[in-house]
Design a binder for this molecule. Structure first.
Ligand SMILES: NC(=O)c1ccc[n+]([C@@H]2O[C@H](COP(=O)([O-])OP(=O)(O)OC[C@H]3O[C@@H](n4cnc5c(N)ncnc54)[C@H](O)[C@@H]3O)[C@@H](O)[C@H]2O)c1
Length: 315
């Protein structure tokens, strides 16, 4: 069934960004959020990102308009009957998601996909109150901000219907996303697990005084960041070993023992979030951010991301 109307539940950082993306693709969007002032905040945010959406990929779809959404209220309630797909973006709390997804399941048509933006809680942990059809519930985890970043991790739970997983993948592809299908539920999914490992080491290096917070970020943005935007870690390793699968073997055989010894040191100095270590990290990060303006940083990020994503999609 063609998806024409999307329900967005929760319009914080992620729900608002999804709303912009759906609108840019010419969809009609019904949204709900219980926070006071949420409707005004969403309207302002959408106005801000609309010019960026117009520059992305093929630009705005025909018929795309900021007038195509309706802020329904604290819940979509009876209006759930109108939606063909739901993107759930409530806070990352298992019990809350259980209640919210249970309500969506009770009120939508039984074949409508319910995709949760959950960053790390697998959906098997919050389908217990879905009495109508838990087989249409899955994770559609975006990377922030979803209106720009291509990745969506699609993670079915063991009871999800395979056809629903394929339908969700096709829907996200139709929005210009690059969905990946995770065949097993793992906490944190994949991109955030990779992020957790890298960030833990970044926090450790900065609090140990190895380098400043500013230089830590520079290490990433001037080495692994641009390289991995073009070839991921596995292909990069293969190229580093001379190319192809044999290059990959050579890389591991050559650098593997060194990696193992570095990892021993990394594990021994793992950043642990005690009050003392967190205060130290905060002080270092504060030094790096004290002269920068958050709004200007976000605008620069979005402008450069659009250019970079355009280049990557052309090649
Ligand atoms: N922030 C990120 O970088 C990021 C990235 C990817 C996925 N996510 C996930 O997306 C989801 C939303 O995260 P966020 O960063 O937008 O959080 P957020 O706090 O910015 O927004 C959550 C919104 O949900 C609303 N809400 C609270 N109770 C609700 C209810 N019962 N029904 C509907 N809405 C309700 C809140 O009012 C708020 O506006 C979480 O599961 C999070 O893990 C976050």
């Amino acid at each position: 069934m063609a998806i024409k109307t999307v329900g967005v539940v929760g319009t914080g950082l992620i729900g608002a960004s999804w709303t912009g993306l759906f609108l840019a693709h010419g969809l009609r969007v019904l949204v709900a959020d219980p926070a006071p002032g949420a409707a005004e905040k969403l309207a302002k945010y959408l106005e801000t990102i609309w010019p960026t959406l117009a520059q992305l990929g093929p630009g705005l779809a025909s018929g795309a308009s900021l007038a195509n959404y309706e802020f329904v209220g604290t819940s979509l309630g009876e209006r759930f009957a109108e939606v063909d797909f739901v993107q759930e973006n409530a806070p990352e709390k298992q019990q809350l998601k259980t209640t919210v997804v249970g309500e969506i399941d009770a009120k939508t048509r039984p074949d409508v996909i319910i995709a949760s933006s959950s960053s790390g809680i697998p959906s098997s942990q919050f389908v217990s109150e879905c009495r109508v059809n838990p087989a249409r519930v899955l994770i559609g985890h975006p990377f922030n901000p979803p209106h720009l970043m291509p990745l969506v991790e699609v993670v079915p739970h063991p009871g999800t219907d395979t056809a629903k997983t394929e339908e969700a993948m096709a829907f996200y592809r139709s929005l210009g996303k690059k969905p990946v299908h995770l065949r097993k539920e793992v906490p944190g999914f994949v991109a955030n697990r990779l992020q957790a490992v890298v960030c833990n080491e970044a926090y450790s290096l900065v609090t140990r005084g190895v380098l400043s917070a500013e230089d830590l970020d520079l290490c990433m943005t001037s080495s692994l960041g641009p390289r991995w935007a073009v070839t991921g870690p596995l292909v990069s390793n293969a190229m580093g070993g001379g190319g192809g699968a044999e290059g990959f073997r050579h890389f591991i055989e050559h650098l593997g023992p060194a990696f193992d010894s570095w990892l021993e040191d990394i594990r021994a100095n793992r950043f642990q979030s005690t009050k003392e270590s967190l205060d130290l990290l905060m002080a270092r990060v504060d030094e790096a951010l004290s002269t920068s303006d958050a709004g200007a940083l976000e605008a620069r990020r979005d402008r450069l991301l659009v250019q970079m994503l355009r280049l990557l999609s052309e090649s």
